[in-house]
Write a protein that binds this ligand. Structure first.
Ligand code: 2AL
Length: 169
């Protein structure tokens, strides 16, 4: 028998199960609830555009809340949670055996945290460690307001990529 697609499962699951399917995409309960309340979705594209639209409402306080689920770049988490498994995959191209790079990232992360008071966030999937380091150094020059906007953009990208992964079958 044909397995139901992830979208069919999401559309027909009870509320709690539906939330559990998307919870690892971003640790923002309001976003999760709003996406689940929009069911049923006719297609994965409709679901992804709704998800993108509701992520446009995020504010700086949402960034702080969501960051709790994102380890630093270069600190690949070792625990068994599904968020950590996603983070490890996303950071796969950050070569932790390159000591010079690892040290430069650690220094950049520390400078960033001293300046902005939160963890540096970047969509890591599709980027090398060197690229991430270059972007980290550039973003250190932004103003507080510019950088908050940029970090929220990165959070949206990470969230939507994770969501595409959930509904890719
Ligand atoms: C991460 C993460 O866990 N996945 C990703 O794309 N970026 N973390 C971070 N601090 O940027």
């Amino acid at each position: 028998m044909l397995e139901p697609s992830a979208l069919q499962q999401f559309n027909t699951a009870n509320r709690e199960q539906a939330i559990a399917m998307i919870a690892a995409c971003v640790a923002l309960p309001d976003w999760q609830t709003e996406l689940v309340s929009g069911r049923p979705y006719a297609s994965v594209e409709t679901l992804l555009s709704k998800a993108a639209a509701i992520s446009e409402h995020w504010k700086p306080t949402d960034l702080d809340a969501a960051l709790q689920a994102h380890p630093r770049i270069g600190d690949k988490p070792k625990d068994a949670s599904s968020e950590s498994a996603l983070s490890r995959q996303e950071q796969a191209a950050v070569n932790s055996h390159d000591t010079a790079l690892a040290q430069a990232l650690a220094l950049g992360n520390a400078d960033y945290e001293a300046k902005f008071g939160r963890v540096f966030l970047i969509r890591a999937k599709g980027r090398s460690g060197e690229e991430i380091l270059t972007l980290l150094r550039q973003r250190l020059n932004l103003s507080e307001a510019e950088e908050t906007g940029e970090a929220l953009n990165q959070l949206r990208q990470i969230t939507l990529l994770r969501l595409e992964g959930v509904f890719a079958r």
